[in-house]
Write a protein that binds this ligand. Structure first.
Ligand code: OFO
Length: 165
């Protein structure tokens, strides 16, 4: 049976992953309507992957005798200050997600729930990759600046990039 405090923390994480998916959907829509189809494709895939992260948690909570709560979500941001604005917002959000995952891991250790601790390790590794990817994208954007040929190639490359590297 899942410890009640752990169950609440995992439900909080379900909300964060759902919110990530929702936020990235807002970014994808912005990109698609700004003529950035490669970026939109990347962000739609990212949004789908966040939904998978949420589902994985939902199934875990329910299978361990807890009850997953499907949260109400905050409306995603619809306007951005260009691609820099999108990926800065994304990195800030992912940093919050990482902090939240670390809190769940801490709680697992203090409650001696090694099963959930083990399950959460996948999320710990995933966060390292997601933050690194967002930083690489921001570095590339800083290099490109306002060069339109560079932005065209950046958008085209993002179409092929897997958010779950
Ligand atoms: Fe679920 O990895 Fe981002 O938020």
């Amino acid at each position: 049976m899942l410890d009640k405090q752990i169950e609440a923390a995992l439900n909080g994480q379900i909300e964060m992953e759902a919110q990530s998916s929702h936020f990235y959907l807002g970014m994808a829509t912005w990109a698609e309507t700004s003529g950035l189809n490669g970026t939109a494709a990347f962000l739609y895939r990212h949004s789908d992957e966040e939904r998978q992260h949420m589902l994985k948690l939902i199934r875990f909570v329910n299978e361990r005798g807890g009850k997953a709560h499907i949260p109400m979500l905050e409306a995603p941001k619809a306007e951005f200050e260009g691609l820099q604005g999108v990926f800065t917002t994304l990195l800030e959000h992912e940093t919050r997600v990482t902090a939240s995952i670390n809190e769940v891991v801490d709680l697992c250790l203090s409650r001696k729930d090694y099963t959930t601790h083990n399950f959460m390790q996948w999320y710990v590794s995933e966060q390292i990759e997601e933050e690194a990817l967002a930083r690489t994208i921001l570095d590339k954007l800083a290099m490109i600046g306002s060069d339109s040929a560079g932005l065209y190639l950046f958008d085209r490359d993002l179409e092929q990039l897997d958010p779950e590297v």
